[in-house]
Design a binder for this molecule. Structure first.
Ligand SMILES: [Zn+2]
Length: 379
């Protein structure tokens, strides 16, 4: 698996290695881990190891043989994929085959993507519209009944067996007594929604919850997110790489404008603008609002460093960096910025405890105006 390709999943990789080395590789493995912890990436990496023509002893793949190259591009003829989808047009049945090109592109771009991300990328109205059909299960039986084309194994990856529903029962016999050298890799997030009959026929491999460090590594090395942003998003991600990326996108799109509107009202002591901003910001969910306020703290931190450290380069998007340099040009006293940071931190505390957000945000904005004048608003 080329070293730590699957960051933070060393335990699961050891489990898989032990199965392989025991000489009794189970023919159905259920990889269980919460969203954004790398289940699909782990299944594909393990498939690459099984198919690699020059593999090492410790789950290492050569990365260069024909099998590795085909597996990485998800085009190996002995590697089959089933995932939630929907009918692409009326009269066409739900089948992963209809979306395999999109799936390859999606995985290349977003290997930690959630099913919601996936379904959205192919134009689903909502995540409920995803399904794995009975027809597809029947087709799977036919495909896996054929001889392996090139590899020593035929591998069927089922991404999210939760979407199988009762159709999954069609597969029971196949999972229990598969044709020789056929391996099922099922990637699930919760066992409650997987058919009991399927669960009882699989060997469970549990993924670990992702640590902040592992998320940061994935963001930096796989998604090329700059260090600072990766660190910030990892803290807010709740163990979910897909969620970290959503946070980063939200930052990019809406938050900068929202923070500009806010500071504009606060710095000009314009009660009207502040009032409008409070109305707008209080529409965010509690989690979003908390993330937004922490993002504001992050930008203030960069502002402080930029005004105190000559030549300081903030690892931020171009738009954020421009905003920070304009703030730094206002030459705030460092105590003013520290006080604003403390006030925002206190607001995060109250938001987390479900205080009335409008009251919290209004109080915060007024307290920040007092801080700008160098005085304190008594609580
Ligand atoms: Zn190889």
């Amino acid at each position: 698996m080329q070293g730590h390709l699957i960051y933070g999943q060393e335990k699961a990789q050891t489990d898989l290695l032990n199965f392989y080395q025991s000489g009794h590789l189970p023919h159905a493995i259920l990889m269980l881990g919460k969203e954004g912890s790398g289940g699909l990436a782990l299944a594909i990496a393990f498939a690459q190891f099984l198919l690699c023509e020059q593999k090492g002893a410790l789950l290492e793949t050569c990365g260069q043989c024909a099998a590795c190259l085909k597996t990485k591009a998800l085009v190996h003829p002995d590697l089959h994929f089933t995932f939630p989808s929907f009918p692409p047009k009326p009269g066409v049945k739900t089948n992963s085959r209809n979306f395999i090109t999109e799936f390859r592109e999606f995985f290349a771009r977003h290997p930690y993507g959630s099913v919601a991300d996936w379904l959205e990328s192919i134009g689903a109205k909502d995540r409920q519209s995803g399904n794995i059909s009975a027809e597809e299960c029947k087709e799977m039986i036919e495909t896996l009944g054929l001889k392996a084309m090139e590899g020593a194994y035929k591998i069927q990856i089922v991404w999210r067996p939760e979407y199988l529903g009762k159709e999954g029962n069609i597969l029971l016999k196949l999972i229990e007594e598969p044709p020789s050298n056929t391996i099922f890799l099922l990637v699930a997030e919760q066992t409650d929604s997987v058919l009991e009959t399927i669960l009882s026929r699989t060997q469970l491999v549990r993924l670990q919850p992702m640590t902040n460090e592992a998320i940061q590594e994935v963001l930096k090395r796989i998604y090329q997110v700059p260090e600072q942003e990766a660190a910030q998003a990892a803290v807010l991600a709740e163990g979910n790489v897909a969620h970290a990326l959503t946070i980063l996108q939200e930052n990019e799109s809406d938050w900068l404008q929202l923070i500009k509107d806010w500071f504009n009202g606060v710095f000009t002591f314009n009660g009207n603008l502040v009032g409008k901003w409070v109305d707008q910001a209080s529409k965010l969910s509690t989690v979003q609002l908390k993330n937004f306020l922490m993002y504001a703290q992050q930008l203030l931190g960069h502002t402080l460093r930029m005004s105190m450290i000559p030549g300081y380069q903030a690892a931020l998007s171009a738009a954020d960096a421009q905003f920070v340099s304009r703030l730094a040009a206002r030459q705030f006293h460092y105590q003013t910025i520290n006080e604003m940071d403390r006030l925002i931190g206190a607001a995060v505390y109250h938001v987390e405890r479900n205080a009335n957000t409008k009251v919290v945000l209004l109080h915060l904005s007024v307290a920040m105006q007092y801080a700008l004048k160098g005085t304190k608003l008594s609580a």
